[in-house]
Design a protein around this ligand. Structure first.
Ligand code: PHE
Ligand code: NA
Length: 445
């Protein structure tokens, strides 16, 4: 048997895992979700969920991966078998579904990079930018070309392997992402009138909070931290026993959450400074923000930097989603990394076509009242990821607890003092809270 590849360094692993976590979820989704759900109140609920359930499931996934050195399905099969590999199988299914629409949105960011260079976004009126956006995403051809370009980039990185593809790309792209983010935040918070946006994000209004808000925050936490699907199982499987896995899990959680808050601080102050509506929904990034840039000196430069930032964030996340599927085919089906990446990439591209068309010519076609794009998003983020997280917690808490404890202590032989707190969360709190919030959110309870 060939020895499994390992990350070249601890920093390499943290950057790759943070690259997975930091994505469209932070920069595109989080600010508009906060905008629609009461600003600071949403932020507080989100933070509470992230640092209890999120952090615990993050560690659980990384441990499952490292204990087995296997992909998401193979890891459950190796540790226990029975019906457990189904958890991994649902994860692989979620990977196909999520990447299919994720890549469509990521394609928009490439198109918007081009548009910011050609001056097509230099329009001050949000309504006119709304027509630009609406016209673009409902076009039957152009978004598909960008979707194809983005999938090709993703395949290209995964195909090159864990060390020379994923880790190398993360080491270049993640520092670039942080630099761009800092430049843009400084620009945004120094705009006159930005204070209102900061206040909106930081001062909670609990009158807007319902169980639907809490369930939005929970799905957002899973999506943003790349949990519930086996992405962190897969990345953890390339981790050596020498690394401090708990501190790595902590870093990744902290980085992802900081970037979400920073994206809020980048987008909301600018939106308030120009008197736009913070609850503009998914269009906040593609409509309101370009209007904000158009009002600023050198706006097209900032617009380009912003969509580049968004594209980089999306690429390192998409890579981790594709890797979940590719690792399975390479480990358990004996297919070469090259062919697995290309074939799976093409299938996911095809699966994304109806999502893209559902925003235009296929708009009339709905299932359960949802267009194809929204249906894919709903099935994956609202159902598959939280349910996956529920079973991952139960598995670590009840099925492999002793081995998991050993794995946590592998780097220095010391079982940390917080281990029992983690145990209580994965055994009881996380599964019960996820089930309760899901049922409340669905209106069943
Ligand atoms: N975490 C990524 C984001 O925030 C998306 C993602 C979800 C990646 C699930 C991997 C697994 O954009
Ligand atoms: Na994220």
């Amino acid at each position: 048997m060939i020895k499994r590849e390992h990350w070249g360094s601890r920093l390499g692993f943290i950057l790759a895992a943070a690259g997975s976590a930091v994505g469209l979820g932070n920069i595109w989704k989080f600010p508009y979700m906060a905008g629609e759900n009461g600003g600071g109140a949403f932020l507080l609920i989100y933070l509470a969920l992230v640092f209890t359930i999120g952090l615990s499931v993050m560690l659980a996934e990384m441990v499952i991966g490292r204990m087995t050195a296997k992909n998401a399905i193979g890891a459950f099969a190796k540790l226990k078998g029975g019906a457990w590999p189904l958890v991994g199988l649902c994860g692989v299914a979620a990977a196909f579904i999520i990447l299919s629409f994720y890549s469509v949105v990521a394609g928009w960011t490439i198109s918007y990079m081009v548009k910011s260079i050609t001056g097509a976004l230099a329009i001050e009126d949000p309504a006119a930018l709304g027509s630009v956006f609406g016209g673009f995403i409902s076009d039957p051809v152009s978004p598909l070309i960008y979707h194809a370009i983005f999938m090709a980039l993703t395949v290209f990185v995964v195909l090159a392997g864990v060390g020379s593809g994923i880790e190398r790309a993360s080491k270049i792209l993640m520092p670039a992402l942080f630099a761009l983010l800092l430049i843009l935040i400084v620009r945004s918070v120094t705009l006159p009138g930005a204070g209102e946006g900061i206040a909106f994000l930081l001062s909670p209004d609990f009158s807007k909070v319902t169980w639907a808000t809490v369930s939005e925050a929970l799905s957002q936490a899973f999506f943003s931290l790349s949990l519930g699907m086996g992405a962190m199982i897969t990345y953890g499987s390339y981790l050596s026993k020498k690394e401090n896995i708990a501190s790595s899990a902590g870093w990744v959680t902290l980085l992802d959450t900081s970037v979400a808050v920073m994206a809020g601080l980048l987008i909301l102050p600018a939106v308030f400074a120009f008197g736009f509506d913070p609850s503009a929904g998914p269009g906040l990034t593609f409509i309101t923000l370009p209007a904000v840039f158009a009002h600023m000196p050198m706006g097209s430069v900032f617009a380009f930097m912003f969509f580049l930032l968004l594209g980089i964030a999306a690429l390192t996340s998409a890579v981790s989603i594709l890797e979940v599927v590719v690792a399975y085919f390479v480990d358990d089906r004996g297919i070469s990394r090259k062919w697995a990446s290309i074939v799976v990439g093409v299938i996911i591209f095809l699966l994304g076509i109806p999502s893209s068309l559902s925003l235009g010519i296929m708009g009339e076609f709905t299932i359960f009242g949802l267009g194809f794009f929204d249906l894919m998003d709903y099935i994956s983020s609202k159902l598959l990821l939280p349910i996956g997280g529920l079973f991952i917690s139960l598995f670590v808490g009840w099925v492999v607890w002793d081995k998991a404890k050993e794995d946590i202590a592998a780097h220095n032989g010391v079982v940390p003092g917080w281990i029992n707190a983690w145990g209580i969360i994965v055994k009881f709190i996380a599964p019960l809270a996820i089930a309760f919030i899901l049922l409340k959110g669905l209106g069943v309870l």
